[in-house]
Ligand binder design. Structure first.
Ligand code: ZN
Length: 111
């Protein structure tokens, strides 16, 4: 394969670190070209996310039944960095738990 200097257009030897015409470093460019050439069909499979289904289901249940524990599980889910859904559901559980908690206070006052 032929690589040309990205600065002056001079034809370069494979694995050349410097352009022999303008003297600029072309190492990065030749390496990028080599990587894409040796592995043209390689692709990164999506990183498998850890599932927190049990904690999520438990969180929703507890948010309604025992809001304090629901909120704790919600915080646990929000702090998981290995799953974007856990963060999303954790936030919902915290809000839900807080709402149920507030509602239970109101019913306690007005009952
Ligand atoms: Zn050059």
């Amino acid at each position: 394969m032929t690589i040309f200097c990205p600065f002056c257009g001079e034809k370069l030897v494979d694995e050349a670190k410097f352009c022999k015409n303008c003297g600029k470093s072309v190492e990065n460019y030749t390496h990028i070209n080599n990587d894409t050439n040796t592995n043209p069909y390689s692709f990164q499979p999506p990183v498998e996310e850890k599932s927190h289904t049990l904690a999520t289901v438990l969180g929703f249940l507890l948010a309604v039944l025992i809001p304090l524990f629901g909120i704790i599980i919600g915080i646990y889910l929000v702090t998981r960095n290995d799953n974007s859904n856990a963060k999303k559901y954790g936030t919902i559980i915290i809000v839900l738990g807080a709402l149920v908690w507030i509602l239970s206070f109101f019913t306690a006052i007005f009952m």
